[in-house]
Ligand binder design. Structure first.
Ligand SMILES: *[C@@H]1O[C@H](CO)[C@@H](O)[C@H](O)[C@H]1NC(C)=O
Ligand SMILES: *[C@@H]1O[C@H](CO)[C@@H](O)[C@H](O)[C@H]1NC(C)=O
Ligand SMILES: *[C@@H]1O[C@H](CO)[C@@H](O)[C@H](O)[C@H]1NC(C)=O
Ligand SMILES: *[C@@H]1O[C@H](CO)[C@@H](O)[C@H](O)[C@H]1NC(C)=O
Ligand SMILES: *[C@@H]1O[C@H](CO)[C@@H](O)[C@H](O)[C@H]1NC(C)=O
Ligand SMILES: *[C@@H]1O[C@H](CO)[C@@H](O)[C@H](O)[C@H]1NC(C)=O
Length: 299
């Protein structure tokens, strides 16, 4: 008898555990876990707990006017909890993935009741990116254009190609934070509308395909690409070096400005200094222009 009762209780417990309210929320949003009463009764106490370790995160004792929220054992709830002192409902603001999990509300009054909330937090999705895959063999031949749709740093998502409203292909990932990509081959003359969709259970982001724009030409082969990049980086560096040289020269002039009455003096001074520095540098290694600045002044 007792054994049966125990099993029954265990069953109820696990049922509430599994069938607690499921709440899905987007990262950065706020979510309210409702204690569905219009008002707490006098003498009724509520206690909110979070996670497997059942850490206390909020409590109310209406008769004692106690309405407290806590930071959680590791401080993850700091400045994020709001308690409704009428109903005992709990709001989590600016939620992040570390606030996902099971929340338990215990209401003790005439008898103890427990409500379970299973909160899932989903990341905000980036818009997937479509690029032409020039390394693909079929890209160089035929009338086909190879494309790749990708999304970086995503978890618990599905990436799909649609032709109009029909699904062509898709790939899913359940892990956290990986990169996904999905190829598509289209003909240059294809007039259908294609779109690449990234979605999780509560949201999606779509990239529409513009064949005429993307499939126009393939870039230069990879080796030449890196060579071009090298050359342009090299020339940029040279331009930057020359630019910095002239800016520095200008700075030196400005540094000494104010010590001279007229503009003419200034120019003469700058030229002599520059000349002096050059000759001096051949003899002395250290840059001693700070020292001879007063000398120039005396002259
Ligand atoms: C909470 O919900 C998620 C997603 O719906 C599910 O995978 C998980 O098993 C649930 N956890 C509990 C304890 O019910
Ligand atoms: C609370 O919700 C449960 C079901 O989720 C419902 O049976 C019950 O009547 C609600 N209580 C109140 C006071 O609204
Ligand atoms: C919670 O964090 C606040 C700072 O935001 C701090 O002042 C307070 O002492 C912390 N409370 C507990 C119980 O750790
Ligand atoms: C939300 O939380 C994130 C991460 O903890 C933080 O960087 C951001 O500043 C918060 N935003 C607001 C509006 O509080
Ligand atoms: C070109 O793409 C179509 C699908 O759009 C495919 O059926 C066909 O086999 C491809 N042809 C080549 C040569 O890859
Ligand atoms: C994307 O989300 C919108 C609502 O935001 C919905 O109408 C649409 O069907 C979704 N698309 C896909 C492919 O899931």
């Amino acid at each position: 008898m007792c054994h049966k009762l125990f099993l029954f209780c265990l069953c109820c417990w696990s049922l509430t555990g599994v069938f607690g309210d499921s709440v899905s929320v987007m990262e950065g949003d706020s979510v309210t876990l409702y204690n569905n009463v219009t008002e707490l009764h006098e003498g009724e106490h509520t206690l909110w707990k979070f996670g497997a370790e059942n850490s206390r995160i909020a409590k109310t004792k209406k008769n004692k006017q106690i309405f407290s929220t806590y930071n959680g054992t590791d401080g993850r709830f700091r400045d994020r909890l709001k308690l409704d002192d009428q109903t005992g409902s709990l709001t989590i603001t600016n939620i992040t993935t570390e606030h996902a999990g099971v929340y338990q509300l215990e209401i003790s009054g005439a008898h103890l009741t427990t409500r379970i909330f299973n909160v899932s937090v989903y990341a905000r999705l980036p818009v997937p990116v479509v690029i032409r895959d020039c390394s693909s063999s079929s890209s160089s031949s035929s009338s086909n254009c190879s494309l790749v749709c990708s999304a970086v740093n995503v978890g618990h998502v599905t990436l799909s190609w649609y032709k109009g409203n029909s699904l062509l292909s898709s790939i899913s990932v359940s892990d956290l934070s990986i990169s996904l990509s999905l190829p598509l081959e289209v003909e240059y003359q294809d007039k259908n509308t294609y779109s690449c969709v990234l979605n999780n259970p509560i949201s999606n982001q779509t990239q529409h395909l513009d064949i005429t724009h993307l499939c126009h030409t393939c870039a230069v082969p990879p080796v030449s690409v890196s060579l071009t990049v090298l050359i342009s980086v090299g020339s940029l560096l040279i331009v930057a070096a020359v630019g910095i040289f002239f800016i520095c020269r200008k700075c030196r002039k400005i540094d000494k400005e104010g010590k001279f009455e007229t503009r003419e003096d200034e120019i003469t001074y700058a030229e002599t200094t520059f000349y002096k520095r050059n000759t001096q540098k051949t003899k002395v290694k250290e840059d001693d222009h700070v020292e001879y600045a007063p000398i120039a002044l005396r002259r």
